[in-house]
Design a protein around this ligand. Structure first.
Ligand code: FAD
Length: 321
C-alpha cells in the first residue's frame, strides 16, 4: 500500500484551497471528494446555490457549481489527485508520526502521513411538498449568502428558527426586505437575551409565535406565498412571500471520525485557537467542519490555506525526527 504524504478529505473551498497550495508545494496531495457524502454532491455546499456574489475575483458573480468546478480544475492543474470516494473511518496510531490508516466507504485502505479534514457541514432544512421546485428560487438556507440577491429585495421574507443564527439572519435580511417574519414553533425564542431584544425591538421584524411553515406556493419560477400553520388556536393560512430562509442549524460531517478527534457538543471539530490543529498530532481541520460562526466560502478557503501550512510544517518536523 502506498504511503501518501498528505490526504485531504472533502471537496469544498477549504479542501480545494489546501489542495492547490499543497500541490504547488509539490506534496502531491490525494483528495477524497466524497460521493454524495453528507447528502451533498462533490464540490460541497456551493453546489446547491445559483449565485455567489461575494467570492472575490468574480465581479459579475458566479454560479456555485461553476466556482467549485474551477477550484477542482485548479487543484488538478497543480498536481492534486482526486478520488471520488467517501472516507468512512480513520485509524489513529498511538505512536506519534506513525502513518494514519484511512478507510473508504467501499472498504479500501489508504495510508497517510498527515490528514486535512475539510468535510464541511450540511444545512438542515424542512422537507416541504414544494421544496424541491423552489430550492434557490426563493428558498435558501443561508441569508448572509443569498439575502442581498435581487429576487429578495423589497419583499416579505420568512426565516424559520428561534436560535441566535435565526435572529442574526432575520436582522441581516431587514436591510433588503419589506418585512421579515420569524417563524417559530414555540412561544419563546432560544436565542440569547441580547439577540432577542434586537429582534423583538426591530420595526421590520415580526415573530410569528407557535407557527410552522407547511408549504410554499409560486409560479414555478419563484415562490409567491408561504402556507403557515398556527397551533393555538389552530389555523392554516397563506401569506405573500418573496423568500424563505431555513435557519435551523447545520450538521457537521464528522460522524465518520468515530470519536477519535475531539468534537464540541454540536459535533464540530475542536481546533486550537488561531490554528487548524486538532487534538491529534498530524491531523488538521479546515472549513465549516470546524467553524460554526462564519460559515462562508472565503473563510473556509482561508482555513484551507492555514491547514496546508500547518500540515507542511508537521511533515518537516516528522522528516527531521
Ligand atoms: P463544504 O462546502 O461543506 O463541502 C464539504 C464536502 O466534503 C461535502 O459536501 C462532501 O461533498 C465532502 N465530504 C463530506 N464528508 C466526506 C467524507 N467523509 N469523505 C469525503 N468527502 C466528504 N458562502 C459564501 O461565501 N457565499 C455564498 O454566496 C454562499 N451561498 C451559500 C448558499 C447555500 C444554499 C449554502 C448552503 C451555503 C452557502 N455558502 C456561501 C456557505 C458556503 O457554501 C460554505 O461556507 C462553504 O462551502 C464551506 O466550505 P467547506 O470547504 O468547509 O466544505
Amino acid at each position: 500500500m502506498v504511503n501518501e504524504k498528505l490526504v485531504i478529505i472533502g471537496s469544498g473551498p477549504a479542501a480545494h484551497t489546501a489542495a492547490i497550495y499543497s500541490g504547488r508545494a509539490e506534496l502531491s496531495p490525494l483528495l477524497f471528494e466524497g460521493f454524495m457524502a453528507g447528502g451533498v454532491a462533490a464540490g460541497g455546499q456551493l453546489t446547491t446555490t445559483n449565485d455567489v456574489e461575494n467570492f472575490p475575483g468574480f465581479p459579475e458573480g458566479i454560479s456555485g457549481p461553476l466556482l467549485m468546478d474551477k477550484m477542482r480544475e485548479q487543484s488538478l492543474r497543480y498536481g492534486c489527485r482526486i478520488v471520488t470516494k467517501t472516507i468512512s473511518g480513520i485509524h489513529i496510531n498511538e505512536k506519534p508520526f506513525e502513518p494514519f490508516v484511512l478507510n473508504t466507504a467501499d472498504n479500501e485502505e489508504y495510508l497517510a502521513d498527515t490528514i486535512i479534514i475539510a468535510t464541511g457541514a450540511t444545512a438542515k432544512t424542512i422537507e416541504l411538498p414544494n421544496s424541491a421546485t423552489y430550492w434557490q428560487k426563493g428558498i435558501s438556507s443561508c441569508a448572509v449568502c443569498d439575502g442581498a440577491l435581487p429576487i429578495f429585495r423589497g419583499k416579505d421574507l420568512f426565516v424559520v428558527g428561534g436560535g441566535d443564527s435565526a435572529c442574526e439572519e432575520a436582522l441581516f435580511l431587514t436591510k433588503f426586505a419589506k418585512m421579515v417574519y420569524l417563524v417559530h414553533r414555540r412561544n419563546e425564542l432560544r436565542a440569547s437575551k441580547i439577540m432577542q431584544r434586537r429582534v423583538l425591538g426591530h420595526d421590520k421584524i415580526e415573530v410569528l409565535w407557535e407557527h410552522e411553515i407547511t408549504n410554499v406556493l409560486g409560479d414555478e419560477k419563484v415562490i409567491k406565498k408561504v402556507v403557515l400553520k398556527k397551533s393555538e388556536p389552530s389555523q392554516v393560512y397563506e401569506k405573500a412571500a418573496g423568500g424563505l430562509f431555513f435557519a435551523i442549524g447545520h450538521k457537521p460531517n464528522t460522524d465518520f471520525l468515530g470519536g477519535k478527534i475531539t468534537l464540541d457538543k454540536d459535533g464540530y471539530i475542536v481546533t486550537e485557537k488561531g490554528s487548524t490543529k486538532t487534538n491529534v498530532l498530524g491531523i488538521f481541520a479546515a472549513g465549516d467542519v470546524q467553524d460554526k460562526k462564519f460559515r462562508q466560502a472565503v473563510t473556509a478557503a482561508g482555513t484551507g490555506c492555514m491547514a496546508f501550512m500547518e500540515a507542511e510544517e508537521y511533515l518537516n518536523t516528522k522528516d527531521s525526527k
